[in-house]
Ligand binder design. Sequence first.
Ligand SMILES: NC(=O)C1=CN([C@@H]2O[C@H](COP(=O)(O)OP(=O)(O)OC[C@H]3O[C@@H](n4cnc5c(N)ncnc54)[C@H](O)[C@@H]3O)[C@@H](O)[C@H]2O)C=CC1
Length: 508
Amino acid sequence: MFKARQTMDAPMTASAGRSGADSCGADISAQRQPDDDGGDRLEPSELRQPDPDGSSRQPDPGVSGDPVAGEREHPEPPTIPGSGAVEGDVLPWPREALNPPGTPTRLQLTGQRPQPSVAAPDPGSGLAKPTAAATPTTDASPDAVLVRRTLAEIAPVADRVTSYFYALLFIGHPELRPLFPVAMDTQRDRLLKALLTAADHMDNPAVLTEYLQQLGRGHRKYGTRAEHYPAVGEALLGALARYATLSWNTETEAAWVRIYSRISQIMIDAAAENEVQAPAWWHAEVVSHDLRTPDIAIVTVRPDQPYPFVAGQYTSLETPWWPRVWRQYSFAGAPRPDGLLSFHVKAVPAGWVSGALVRHARPGDTLRLGPPAGSMIVDHSTDNGLLCLGGGTGIAPIKALVEDVAQHGTRRPVEVFYGARSDFDLYDIDTMLRLQNTHPWLSVRPVVDDRAHFPHAVRAFGPWDEYDGYLSGPPGMIRSGVDALRGIGIPQDRIRHDSFEDLVMAGR
Ligand SMILES: NC(=O)C1=CN([C@@H]2O[C@H](COP(=O)(O)OP(=O)(O)OC[C@H]3O[C@@H](n4cnc5c(N)ncnc54)[C@H](O)[C@@H]3O)[C@@H](O)[C@H]2O)C=CC1
């Protein structure tokens, strides 16, 4: 172990030094919100809410405990959005389709209807589980075989590994504790999960590198500096050695040191490169708050400096009420000339950030935004149509994709299926139908379905062989949507959606 620890200092390279010198770690305390004094030592129940505008507004009364893992808010990669159309564009589906565009399709599912697909494990739960490729195969590298053996061994005790990892980290390096949220209960495994997920995919360098670069850039907003990485590596190896007793030996430890050195170096380099191009975070003032249902708000903000992004991407967002608790939201529109950004936020049960954004944010409040991320963007190198499935607030990036196609002025058919559990939940249908009226190449089909069969509605339409798929919504809908789109003939490599883990696993 000692040897391993020494070896893990390797990532401290020239670029690492650059990164550390003036990184946001120093700035973050300057940016800390008024309520943040000593906050990281408080338990959630002790939290006092700030009152940034002097009013008595308080965060979500429904918040009794911890942030919920499912709060995207956006499935976070463990811690990855003028028309030239001519009227009369021919849309490649039969006109005898069930309902005309714009008419809600009600799925009266019977025995004859498509059955729900078998859901894959929830990527949001537990540590990185060894994937199909975790089974040693002849083409897996020797290090990958060793690393996956460890992952398989610790999977059943994931919670304990996580607790031990953070205990080691914070006891050995208390100076790192303030970089993490006050309440770690559901956030705590994001870092570890990211590392283990990366390790599990070490034989897929293209995907791994892109993922880690994004992770490295994204960590700048937390105040992460290059010199923090060895401490994390020590805690990682300490936790693995403690719980993978059967597979842990010198050889395995050396393999983990090599992979962690690679992981951390890619993250450090990406952060250093990004530092000269972009701020670690942006401040953004809420300029409008449109409560569409009691639980869903469209929040529009004005960043304090230009915010470059591409339609289909998402960002991380921190409210003044819950410092260092970040959640991800997709941009609900393509970049616009006035620079404003909109987000669709649904207050989920016990959702700290979502509750605060829906129930307490008001014009004049200031949020923080992390860098843009995500690769669910329009492929402009093809003329293929876009088959888009947006479930619930997952319609937000789909709207951005539609605006993007419109801005490019191409005549590509775009077919949007907008799924919701009830008519009431189709909170943005008017906007989507307005877009449909403006753009002849666009069709919007609301699908009201509360039995999780929504993605299979596409089967009744088509043909879809000249379409690319874009999926956005709850993780289960994405998984079921991938199955449905593959079932109607769209190859995997033409199906786009967020979530690194889903992408990697589906790509094997
Ligand atoms: N707000 C944002 O910017 C974005 C949000 N998301 C995600 O979208 C989700 C939206 O949640 P809600 O609005 O509550 O959606 P919801 O739970 O009400 O579901 C929306 C639609 O998806 C269907 N569905 C749900 N689970 C399914 C499953 N397992 N298989 C097949 N179909 C399923 C439902 O039947 C419904 O038609 C959240 O998970 C959020 O993280 C995704 C992208 C962007």
